[in-house]
Ligand binder design. Structure first.
Ligand code: HEM
Length: 169
C-alpha cells in the first residue's frame, strides 16, 4: 500500500484535502506543524490505557479477521502500544534516531501475520479512539495524525518489503 492509498483509505475520499500525495521513494518526514499538532492533541489523552482499550474495540469491529493475530489477552499488548505511542510521539522531532527501531518494528510485524492491507484499519481505529478519548480533534489535528501515522506505516511497510524474500504485491 502506498502512502497515498493509506491517506485515501483513512480520509475516505481520493480528493480530500487531508490526503497528501507522497508516492516517492522515501516518504517525506512529517512537517514540524504536524508533529506539534500530534503532540498537542496526544497531551489531551488523560488515560493512555483507556485509549488503547478503545482502539482494540474499534479495530476488531472494523476488521474482525485481525483478532487472531493478537494474543488472547490484550493486557500486555495495550501496555506496549501505549508506551510505543508515547515514545514515538515524543521522539518525532528527531525521527532519524528512531528510524532503525521503526524499521525493525515493521519487519517484526510480518512475523505476526500483519499485511499492508491492515495498516489503514489500524490508522482509522487509532484516529477514532483519539477523537473519542480527547473529546475531539481539530480538523488540522486529525490531518496531522494522518500524516504522522501514514509516515510511520510507510517506513514500516517499506522495511518489511525490503526484507521479504518474495514480496507480495
Ligand atoms: C504505525 C503502526 C504500528 C506501530 C507503531 C505498532 C507497534 C507495535 C509494537 C510496539 C508492538 C510490540 C511488539 C514489538 O515490539 O514488535 C506491536 C505488536 C503487534 N502489532 Fe503492531 N504496530 C503498528 C501497526 C500494526 C498493524 C497495522 C497491525 C495489524 C493488525 C499490528 C498488529 C500487531 C500484532 C498482531 C502484534 C503482536 C501482538 C501480540 O504479541 O499479541 N500492528 N505493534
Amino acid at each position: 500500500m502506498t502512502y497515498r492509498e493509506m491517506a485515501v483509505a483513512l480520509c475516505g475520499g481520493a480528493d480530500t484535502p487531508c490526503a497528501p500525495a507522497q508516492d516517492g521513494n522515501e516518504p517525506a518526514l512529517p512537517t514540524s506543524e504536524a508533529v506539534y499538532r500530534v503532540k498537542r492533541s496526544f497531551a489531551r489523552v488523560a488515560q493512555a490505557e483507556a485509549l488503547t482499550a478503545r482502539f482494540y474495540d474499534r479495530l476488531f469491529a472494523l476488521r474482525p479477521d485481525v483478532r487472531p493475530l493478537f494474543a488472547s489477552s490484550l493486557a500486555d499488548q495495550q501496555h506496549k502500544l501505549a508506551s510505543t505511542l508515547a515514545v514515538v510521539v515524543g521522539g518525532l522531532d528527531d525521527f532519524e534516531a528512531l528510524r532503525g527501531a521503526v524499521s525493525a518494528l515493521g519487519r517484526g510485524h510480518v512475523a505476526y501475520g500483519v499485511s499492508e492491507a491492515h495498516y489503514a484499519a489500524v490508522g482509522a481505529a487509532l484516529i477514532w479512539s483519539l477523537e473519542a478519548e480527547t473529546g475531539s480533534l481539530l480538523p488540522e489535528e486529525r490531518e496531522a495524525w494522518i500524516e504522522v501515522y501514514g509516515f510511520l506505516s510507510t517506513v514500516m511497510m517499506r522495511a518489511a518489503r525490503s526484507a521479504a524474500p518474495n514480496p507480495t504485491p
